[in-house]
Design a protein around this ligand. Structure first.
Ligand SMILES: [Zn+2]
Ligand SMILES: [Zn+2]
Length: 388
């Protein structure tokens, strides 16, 4: 029976997977510097006959690992992440996230010689700054992919949901210095423009949709209290559930800054300081298939996840091919993301037990897509109607 064969194949590579997971956990690397992690993944995938491209698309720590059965069939992509956070290392658990994707790739590879199709594990760097997958999507890396999947660690098993589209906008205000006490009338206060931008935005909040998020900091507010600041800067993130509302928010934000700058008499410049990313559109048919499969592996409840709270660069993938990003449990206790407790849970016995279920569900879902052309047809039809 297929399920038992898959379970056995996962058990056969469990030692290699936990070694990969713990090596990356113990060697945390920030986004776009994940040299050890990307090499460890491709070493393992290469040892299972995957064809490796690394660096990939001019990204030093990205990779593409492909195995083609040589028989016609769909292309399944598993997305691996492996970047860490400053200070707390793998507080988002991308060590185990990537391990699940590589594990699923290896197990599926062992099956497709019989059933056909192609499997690709993409190594996607710098998720925390929303970079790798955006660049890959923009460079058509997923053009031939029929289904893309990744599973994020969490406190429990959750369905693939939504994420917020995001832009990171920086305003720079230029004024004129003068002695703040002796000749204040000669100065043009750039800090005033920054502060007024925040006030304009705060007044606007009452009239925004519930999904809108605007949060910012003053990254430069002057040098000394007795000098009228001639330079100030503020960094903002804006987020929304759709690309079109995000664009409306961007216009409102820029108008807030323009008004503030005009009032203060400064010159205004705006720029993006991080890669923008799009909202995640879960392919529901693909998601249902994954849920029914993880239940076959013994997960009793997969919880709803309807509210979009954060952002992820997997969003950009979901605009170019059918995509899911569900969550799997790494602890029986409630965990906060981006914490030391979260990081430590990624090497627990419980995490490994649930990791194997997540891998099994990813593989079973791929097998379903390969074996049932009607299912793939439905997934693709839903994808074609994703903006409706
Ligand atoms: Zn994460
Ligand atoms: Zn994170």
């Amino acid at each position: 029976m297929e399920l038992n064969i898959i379970k056995e194949k996962i058990n056969n590579i469990e030692k290699e997977l936990t070694a990969l997971n713990e090596y990356i956990l113990n060697n945390p690397e920030l986004g776009n510097q994940e040299f050890k992690a990307s090499e460890a993944h491709t070493d393992l995938l290469g040892s299972y006959d995957f064809e490796i491209e690394r660096p990939y698309l001019n990204m030093e720590t990205a990779f593409k690992a492909e195995y083609d059965s040589g028989k016609l069939g769909p292309t399944i992509a598993y997305l691996a992440e492996y970047d860490a956070l400053p200070g707390i290392g793998h507080g988002c658990g991308h060590n185990i996230l990537g391990t699940v994707s590589t594990g699923a790739g290896i197990v599926l590879k062992e099956l497709i010689d019989d059933i056909g199709g192609k499997v690709i594990v993409f190594g996607t760097p710098a998720e925390e700054s929303y970079a790798g997958k955006v660049e890959m999507a923009n460079q058509n890396a997923f053009a031939d992919v029929d289904a893309a999947m990744l599973v994020h660690p969490s406190s429990d098993h959750f369905k693939s949901g939504k994420s917020l589209a995001l832009k990171a906008i920086k305003f720079t205000y230029r004024g004129k210095t003068s002695h703040a006490s002796a000749s204040p009338e000669e100065g043009i206060n750039a800090l005033d423009a920054a502060i007024n931008t925040f006030n304009n935005i705060n007044a606007m909040r009452e009239h925004l949709r519930k999904d809108a998020r605007i949060h910012g900091i003053i990254s430069n507010g002057g040098e000394a209290a007795n000098i009228v600041p001639d330079l100030a800067a503020a960094n903002f993130y804006i987020r929304a559930e759709t690309k079109s509302y995000l664009n409306q928010l961007e216009e409102k934000l820029i108008n807030s800054a323009k008004g503030a700058s005009l009032a203060a008499g400064t010159e205004l410049e705006n720029s993006y300081y991080e890669t923008p990313c799009l909202n995640l559109i879960t392919n529901q048919k693909l998601s249902e298939t994954y849920i029914s499969n993880i239940k076959k592996l013994g997960v009793k409840e997969v919880y709803d996840n309807d509210e979009a709270t954060g952002s992820t660069d997997a969003g950009d993938v979901s605009h170019v091919c059918p995509t899911i990003q569900p969550y799997f449990a790494i602890s029986e206790n409630e965990l906060t993301g981006h914490s030391r407790e979260f990081r430590d849970a990624t090497k627990s016995e419980y995490a490994y037990q649930e990791m194997k279920k997540a891998i099994g569900a990813l593989v079973l879902t791929a097998v379903d897509i390969i074996k049932k052309p009607e299912l793939l047809k439905e997934i693709k039809e839903e994808f074609a109607n994703r903006y409706k």
